[in-house]
Design a protein around this ligand. Structure first.
Ligand code: GRF
Length: 202
């Protein structure tokens, strides 16, 4: 399957996905890395690895116009799926709906706990024993789509949001490529295809 990755910054999850996609048994290939910030660090890495990139600042743009440009870039690249990896933009409902079932996101909490920002501090403040990371399907409601996979990460004595974020990131880099592979790989599963045919026949 062909995957477009949307980023806004560092792009460490993008890198994890990209290198996983280069393994011989990968179920997906990365056809585009797109960013809403032309300065996003991850763009340079994608370029160095020979992956097509697209960058368009959202500043001064109407949300729907910016979404449309990002979506067009993904379509032009031939993407079957859009994978959000630290993409710090809320999408229009229309965009999310058009890609429903074909857009994934990674969120640094054990959803349904702590949608939105500041997840690590919130977990620490609540006295939780674990933080973690979730990969979920994107729906118009923020961080609320079906969870496809999670990893729990222990919160230690004296943990700070930064130290927790760093360890959660290790977990993210393991989880995201695995879940993307499994999710897009279901297309090759006869049971899944049969289900699709039945849906169409109804
Ligand atoms: C990750 O922690 C991800 O869960 C969150 O944004 C961060 C992106 O980091 N949505 P990176 O750009 O992939 O390094």
């Amino acid at each position: 399957a062909k995957v477009a990755i949307f980023i806004s910054g560092r792009g460490s999850n993008m890198a994890a996905l990209l290198y996983a996609s280069l393994l011989s048994d990968s179920a997906f290939e990365v056809v585009l890395v797109a960013a809403n910030d032309p300065e996003a660090e991850g763009l340079a890495l994608a370029e160095a690895e020979g992956v097509s990139t697209f960058a368009l600042s959202h500043k001064g743009m109407v949300r729907s116009d910016h979404d449309a440009a990002m979506e067009k870039a993904a379509r032009d690249a031939g993407a079957d799926y859009i994978v959000l990896a630290g993409y710090m933009r809320i999408l229009t409902d229309e965009f999310a709906t058009r890609w429903e079932g074909r857009m994934l996101n990674i969120h640094p909490s054990l959803l349904p706990k702590y949608p939105g920002l500041d997840t690590h501090q919130r977990a620490i403040d609540a006295g939780d024993s674990h933080g973690g990371v979730s990969v979920h399907l994107v729906t118009p409601e923020l961080d609320a789509g079906e969870v496809l996979g999670q990893v729990k990460v222990a919160i230690r004595q004296g943990e700070t949001a930064d130290s927790l974020a760093e360890r959660v990131r290790f977990a993210e880099h393991q989880l995201y490529p695995r879940v993307v592979s499994e999710y897009v790989g279901r297309e090759n599963d006869p049971e899944f295809l049969l289900g699709k045919v039945r849906e169409l026949a109804l």
